[in-house]
Design a protein around this ligand. Structure first.
Ligand SMILES: NC(=O)c1ccc[n+]([C@@H]2O[C@H](COP(=O)([O-])OP(=O)(O)OC[C@H]3O[C@@H](n4cnc5c(N)ncnc54)[C@H](O)[C@@H]3O)[C@@H](O)[C@H]2O)c1
Length: 285
Protein backbone atom coordinates (compact mmCIF):
# COMPACT_ATOMS: atom_id res chain seq x y z
CA UNK A 1 0.00 0.00 0.00
CA UNK A 2 1.35 3.40 -0.97
CA UNK A 3 0.74 6.55 1.01
CA UNK A 4 -1.75 7.80 -1.57
CA UNK A 5 -3.61 4.59 -2.40
CA UNK A 6 -7.15 5.45 -3.52
CA UNK A 7 -6.31 9.12 -4.03
CA UNK A 8 -6.42 11.10 -7.27
CA UNK A 9 -4.30 14.04 -8.36
CA UNK A 10 -4.60 16.69 -11.07
CA UNK A 11 -1.21 18.14 -12.04
CA UNK A 12 -0.73 21.03 -14.46
CA UNK A 13 2.43 21.36 -16.51
CA UNK A 14 2.66 17.62 -15.99
CA UNK A 15 4.06 16.57 -19.36
CA UNK A 16 7.69 17.12 -18.46
CA UNK A 17 10.10 18.53 -15.91
CA UNK A 18 9.03 18.97 -12.32
CA UNK A 19 5.35 18.22 -13.04
CA UNK A 20 6.35 14.88 -14.55
CA UNK A 21 8.48 14.03 -11.51
CA UNK A 22 5.60 14.89 -9.17
CA UNK A 23 3.18 12.80 -11.24
CA UNK A 24 5.48 9.77 -11.18
CA UNK A 25 6.16 10.06 -7.45
CA UNK A 26 2.47 10.44 -6.52
CA UNK A 27 1.61 7.55 -8.86
CA UNK A 28 4.28 5.38 -7.22
CA UNK A 29 2.55 6.12 -3.91
CA UNK A 30 -0.75 4.88 -5.35
CA UNK A 31 -2.50 7.95 -6.76
CA UNK A 32 -4.38 7.96 -10.07
CA UNK A 33 -3.36 10.96 -12.14
CA UNK A 34 -4.85 13.59 -14.46
CA UNK A 35 -1.98 15.21 -16.33
CA UNK A 36 -2.66 18.59 -17.89
CA UNK A 37 -0.42 20.46 -20.31
CA UNK A 38 -0.66 22.72 -23.33
CA UNK A 39 -0.91 19.82 -25.77
CA UNK A 40 -1.21 20.22 -29.51
CA UNK A 41 -2.05 23.91 -29.80
CA UNK A 42 0.16 26.07 -27.61
CA UNK A 43 0.06 29.80 -28.27
CA UNK A 44 3.27 30.39 -30.21
CA UNK A 45 5.84 32.57 -28.47
CA UNK A 46 9.29 33.22 -29.95
CA UNK A 47 12.00 31.41 -28.01
CA UNK A 48 9.67 29.40 -25.78
CA UNK A 49 9.32 25.68 -26.33
CA UNK A 50 6.50 24.19 -24.28
CA UNK A 51 6.09 20.47 -23.83
CA UNK A 52 4.81 18.59 -26.86
CA UNK A 53 1.92 16.17 -27.30
CA UNK A 54 4.61 13.48 -27.39
CA UNK A 55 5.83 14.52 -23.91
CA UNK A 56 2.27 14.42 -22.58
CA UNK A 57 1.62 11.00 -24.09
CA UNK A 58 4.97 9.62 -22.88
CA UNK A 59 4.50 10.78 -19.29
CA UNK A 60 0.95 9.40 -19.28
CA UNK A 61 2.34 6.04 -20.40
CA UNK A 62 4.99 6.17 -17.66
CA UNK A 63 2.24 6.68 -15.06
CA UNK A 64 0.18 3.82 -16.48
CA UNK A 65 3.25 1.59 -16.44
CA UNK A 66 3.23 2.05 -12.66
CA UNK A 67 -0.23 0.46 -12.61
CA UNK A 68 -2.17 3.68 -12.10
CA UNK A 69 -4.94 5.25 -14.14
CA UNK A 70 -3.85 8.34 -16.04
CA UNK A 71 -5.72 10.74 -18.30
CA UNK A 72 -4.06 13.43 -20.36
CA UNK A 73 -5.85 16.77 -20.64
CA UNK A 74 -4.91 19.47 -23.13
CA UNK A 75 -5.43 22.77 -21.39
CA UNK A 76 -3.88 26.21 -21.30
CA UNK A 77 -3.98 27.37 -17.67
CA UNK A 78 -4.13 31.01 -18.73
CA UNK A 79 -7.60 30.45 -20.19
CA UNK A 80 -10.65 30.27 -18.00
CA UNK A 81 -12.65 28.00 -20.32
CA UNK A 82 -9.75 25.52 -20.51
CA UNK A 83 -9.41 25.41 -16.72
CA UNK A 84 -13.14 24.86 -16.26
CA UNK A 85 -13.04 22.00 -18.77
CA UNK A 86 -9.84 20.62 -17.19
CA UNK A 87 -11.54 20.36 -13.79
CA UNK A 88 -14.64 18.71 -15.30
CA UNK A 89 -12.59 16.21 -17.30
CA UNK A 90 -10.43 15.27 -14.32
CA UNK A 91 -13.38 14.84 -11.96
CA UNK A 92 -15.36 13.00 -14.66
CA UNK A 93 -12.58 10.56 -15.47
CA UNK A 94 -11.20 9.94 -11.97
CA UNK A 95 -14.46 10.30 -10.01
CA UNK A 96 -13.04 13.00 -7.76
CA UNK A 97 -9.92 15.09 -7.26
CA UNK A 98 -8.18 14.83 -3.88
CA UNK A 99 -4.94 16.59 -4.82
CA UNK A 100 -4.32 19.57 -7.07
CA UNK A 101 -0.79 20.58 -8.02
CA UNK A 102 -0.83 23.94 -9.82
CA UNK A 103 2.60 23.59 -11.35
CA UNK A 104 2.60 25.00 -14.89
CA UNK A 105 5.08 27.84 -15.14
CA UNK A 106 7.50 29.62 -17.42
CA UNK A 107 10.15 32.33 -17.21
CA UNK A 108 12.16 34.67 -19.37
CA UNK A 109 15.39 36.43 -18.41
CA UNK A 110 15.77 40.19 -18.74
CA UNK A 111 16.87 43.31 -16.88
CA UNK A 112 13.94 44.71 -14.91
CA UNK A 113 13.73 47.87 -17.01
CA UNK A 114 14.04 46.02 -20.32
CA UNK A 115 11.21 43.56 -19.71
CA UNK A 116 8.60 44.16 -22.39
CA UNK A 117 4.92 44.42 -21.56
CA UNK A 118 4.33 41.23 -23.56
CA UNK A 119 7.04 39.43 -21.54
CA UNK A 120 5.59 40.66 -18.24
CA UNK A 121 2.12 39.46 -19.24
CA UNK A 122 3.43 36.08 -20.47
CA UNK A 123 5.18 35.39 -17.16
CA UNK A 124 2.35 36.67 -14.98
CA UNK A 125 -0.32 34.92 -17.02
CA UNK A 126 1.11 31.46 -16.58
CA UNK A 127 2.69 31.74 -13.10
CA UNK A 128 0.01 33.79 -11.34
CA UNK A 129 -3.25 34.07 -13.27
CA UNK A 130 -2.79 30.44 -14.33
CA UNK A 131 -2.60 29.36 -10.68
CA UNK A 132 -5.74 31.32 -9.86
CA UNK A 133 -7.68 29.78 -12.77
CA UNK A 134 -6.35 26.27 -12.09
CA UNK A 135 -7.62 26.36 -8.52
CA UNK A 136 -10.85 28.26 -9.25
CA UNK A 137 -12.78 25.38 -10.82
CA UNK A 138 -11.48 22.60 -8.55
CA UNK A 139 -12.11 24.35 -5.23
CA UNK A 140 -15.95 24.10 -5.31
CA UNK A 141 -15.57 20.32 -5.77
CA UNK A 142 -13.18 20.14 -2.80
CA UNK A 143 -15.47 22.31 -0.67
CA UNK A 144 -18.37 19.99 -1.46
CA UNK A 145 -16.29 17.01 -0.33
CA UNK A 146 -14.82 18.94 2.61
CA UNK A 147 -11.43 17.52 1.68
CA UNK A 148 -8.52 18.44 -0.51
CA UNK A 149 -4.83 19.19 -0.78
CA UNK A 150 -3.62 21.99 -3.00
CA UNK A 151 0.06 22.63 -3.73
CA UNK A 152 1.19 25.57 -5.82
CA UNK A 153 4.65 25.33 -7.38
CA UNK A 154 6.17 28.70 -6.55
CA UNK A 155 9.97 29.12 -6.45
CA UNK A 156 12.85 30.16 -4.23
CA UNK A 157 12.44 33.39 -6.24
CA UNK A 158 9.07 33.96 -4.59
CA UNK A 159 10.96 34.31 -1.28
CA UNK A 160 14.22 35.94 -2.41
CA UNK A 161 14.74 37.98 -5.56
CA UNK A 162 17.25 36.94 -8.19
CA UNK A 163 18.74 39.29 -10.82
CA UNK A 164 17.06 39.54 -14.22
CA UNK A 165 13.92 37.81 -13.01
CA UNK A 166 11.93 40.82 -11.70
CA UNK A 167 8.68 39.75 -13.37
CA UNK A 168 9.15 36.10 -12.35
CA UNK A 169 10.15 37.04 -8.76
CA UNK A 170 7.00 39.17 -8.51
CA UNK A 171 4.73 36.51 -10.02
CA UNK A 172 6.04 33.75 -7.74
CA UNK A 173 5.78 35.99 -4.65
CA UNK A 174 2.20 36.63 -5.74
CA UNK A 175 1.59 32.90 -6.08
CA UNK A 176 2.80 32.40 -2.49
CA UNK A 177 0.45 35.11 -1.19
CA UNK A 178 -2.36 33.56 -3.22
CA UNK A 179 -1.66 30.16 -1.61
CA UNK A 180 -1.78 31.76 1.85
CA UNK A 181 -5.04 33.53 0.98
CA UNK A 182 -6.61 30.27 -0.19
CA UNK A 183 -5.38 28.53 2.97
CA UNK A 184 -7.18 31.14 5.10
CA UNK A 185 -10.47 30.78 3.26
CA UNK A 186 -10.42 27.00 2.83
CA UNK A 187 -9.33 25.93 6.30
CA UNK A 188 -12.89 25.55 7.50
CA UNK A 189 -13.44 22.97 4.73
CA UNK A 190 -10.42 20.87 5.78
CA UNK A 191 -8.54 21.83 2.64
CA UNK A 192 -4.77 22.31 2.98
CA UNK A 193 -3.14 24.84 0.68
CA UNK A 194 0.62 25.25 0.52
CA UNK A 195 3.32 26.44 -1.85
CA UNK A 196 6.54 24.63 -2.64
CA UNK A 197 9.59 26.78 -3.38
CA UNK A 198 12.24 24.84 -5.31
CA UNK A 199 15.80 25.91 -5.89
CA UNK A 200 17.25 25.56 -9.40
CA UNK A 201 16.71 21.91 -10.30
CA UNK A 202 17.09 19.63 -13.27
CA UNK A 203 16.12 16.28 -14.64
CA UNK A 204 18.98 13.84 -14.59
CA UNK A 205 16.89 11.10 -16.17
CA UNK A 206 14.16 12.75 -18.27
CA UNK A 207 14.03 15.19 -21.17
CA UNK A 208 15.86 18.46 -20.44
CA UNK A 209 13.64 21.53 -20.09
CA UNK A 210 13.65 24.14 -22.83
CA UNK A 211 13.18 27.52 -21.26
CA UNK A 212 13.61 30.86 -22.90
CA UNK A 213 17.14 32.25 -23.09
CA UNK A 214 18.49 29.32 -21.10
CA UNK A 215 22.03 30.03 -22.26
CA UNK A 216 21.98 33.56 -20.86
CA UNK A 217 20.92 32.21 -17.49
CA UNK A 218 23.76 29.71 -17.53
CA UNK A 219 26.19 32.60 -18.21
CA UNK A 220 24.72 34.59 -15.32
CA UNK A 221 25.09 31.74 -12.83
CA UNK A 222 28.55 30.68 -14.00
CA UNK A 223 29.86 34.24 -14.34
CA UNK A 224 31.15 34.21 -17.92
CA UNK A 225 29.78 34.05 -21.46
CA UNK A 226 29.09 30.85 -23.38
CA UNK A 227 28.97 28.72 -20.23
CA UNK A 228 28.43 25.04 -20.86
CA UNK A 229 25.65 23.03 -19.26
CA UNK A 230 28.21 21.16 -17.14
CA UNK A 231 29.63 24.43 -15.78
CA UNK A 232 26.12 25.69 -15.08
CA UNK A 233 25.12 22.51 -13.31
CA UNK A 234 28.14 22.69 -10.98
CA UNK A 235 27.77 26.43 -10.31
CA UNK A 236 24.06 26.02 -9.58
CA UNK A 237 24.78 23.33 -7.03
CA UNK A 238 27.39 25.54 -5.35
CA UNK A 239 24.81 28.34 -5.10
CA UNK A 240 22.97 26.26 -2.50
CA UNK A 241 24.01 25.85 1.13
CA UNK A 242 24.48 22.14 0.56
CA UNK A 243 27.17 22.53 -2.08
CA UNK A 244 26.72 19.23 -3.77
CA UNK A 245 27.99 18.50 -7.25
CA UNK A 246 25.18 20.03 -9.19
CA UNK A 247 21.49 20.89 -9.15
CA UNK A 248 19.06 18.79 -7.15
CA UNK A 249 17.05 16.40 -9.28
CA UNK A 250 13.34 17.08 -9.85
CA UNK A 251 12.66 13.79 -8.06
CA UNK A 252 14.28 14.95 -4.81
CA UNK A 253 12.30 18.18 -4.85
CA UNK A 254 9.06 16.34 -5.61
CA UNK A 255 9.39 14.70 -2.16
CA UNK A 256 8.27 18.03 -0.68
CA UNK A 257 5.05 17.90 -2.68
CA UNK A 258 4.44 14.30 -1.61
CA UNK A 259 4.82 15.28 2.03
CA UNK A 260 2.48 18.26 1.69
CA UNK A 261 -0.29 16.19 0.06
CA UNK A 262 0.08 13.25 2.44
CA UNK A 263 -1.76 12.83 5.72
CA UNK A 264 1.55 13.32 7.50
CA UNK A 265 1.25 17.05 6.75
CA UNK A 266 -2.38 17.24 7.90
CA UNK A 267 -1.55 20.14 10.23
CA UNK A 268 0.36 22.11 7.61
CA UNK A 269 -1.42 24.84 5.67
CA UNK A 270 -0.49 28.31 4.44
CA UNK A 271 3.18 27.33 4.26
CA UNK A 272 5.73 28.30 1.61
CA UNK A 273 8.08 25.32 1.86
CA UNK A 274 11.60 25.88 0.52
CA UNK A 275 12.89 22.72 -1.17
CA UNK A 276 16.15 24.45 -1.86
CA UNK A 277 19.16 22.68 -0.31
CA UNK A 278 19.52 25.76 1.91
CA UNK A 279 19.56 28.40 -0.88
CA UNK A 280 17.27 30.68 1.18
CA UNK A 281 19.10 29.98 4.46
CA UNK A 282 22.42 30.85 2.78
CA UNK A 283 20.94 34.28 2.03
CA UNK A 284 19.82 34.97 5.58
CA UNK A 285 16.62 32.92 5.74
N1 LIG B 1 13.35 24.25 -13.09
C1 LIG B 1 13.65 24.92 -12.03
O1 LIG B 1 14.82 25.01 -11.64
C2 LIG B 1 12.57 25.59 -11.20
C3 LIG B 1 12.93 26.22 -9.99
C4 LIG B 1 11.92 26.80 -9.21
C5 LIG B 1 10.60 26.72 -9.63
N2 LIG B 1 10.29 26.11 -10.81
C6 LIG B 1 8.88 26.05 -11.19
O2 LIG B 1 8.52 24.70 -11.34
C7 LIG B 1 7.46 24.58 -12.28
C8 LIG B 1 7.83 23.56 -13.34
O3 LIG B 1 9.01 24.02 -14.00
P1 LIG B 1 9.93 23.08 -14.89
O4 LIG B 1 11.32 23.36 -14.54
O5 LIG B 1 9.42 21.69 -14.85
O6 LIG B 1 9.68 23.74 -16.33
P2 LIG B 1 9.24 23.08 -17.72
O7 LIG B 1 9.25 24.20 -18.71
O8 LIG B 1 10.04 21.88 -18.03
O9 LIG B 1 7.76 22.60 -17.42
C9 LIG B 1 6.68 23.48 -17.37
C10 LIG B 1 5.49 22.79 -17.98
O10 LIG B 1 4.39 23.69 -17.96
C11 LIG B 1 3.77 23.65 -19.25
N3 LIG B 1 3.09 24.92 -19.48
C12 LIG B 1 3.66 26.11 -19.74
N4 LIG B 1 2.72 27.04 -19.94
C13 LIG B 1 1.53 26.42 -19.77
C14 LIG B 1 0.19 26.84 -19.85
N5 LIG B 1 -0.12 28.12 -20.14
N6 LIG B 1 -0.79 25.94 -19.65
C15 LIG B 1 -0.49 24.65 -19.36
N7 LIG B 1 0.76 24.19 -19.27
C16 LIG B 1 1.76 25.06 -19.49
C17 LIG B 1 4.90 23.38 -20.23
O11 LIG B 1 4.41 22.87 -21.46
C18 LIG B 1 5.74 22.40 -19.45
O12 LIG B 1 5.31 21.08 -19.63
C19 LIG B 1 7.23 25.99 -12.82
O13 LIG B 1 6.17 26.60 -12.12
C20 LIG B 1 8.53 26.69 -12.51
O14 LIG B 1 8.39 28.08 -12.42
C21 LIG B 1 11.24 25.54 -11.60
Amino acid sequence: MGELTGKTALITGGARGFGRAVALLLAREGADIALADLGANPTPRPGYQPATMGDLARTSEEVRALGRRCIAIEANVTRSADCERMAKEAIGALGHVDILVANAGAATLNSAWKITEEEWDFVHDVNLKGVFLTTKYVIPHMIERRAGKIVITASRNGLRAERNYAHYNAAKAGAIQFAKSLALELGEYEINVNAVCPTQMSDKSGPRAHTVQLGKYWDQVVGHENATYEEFDLASGRDNLFERGGQPDFKEVAEGVLWLVSDRARLVTGLALPMDAGWIAKRGG
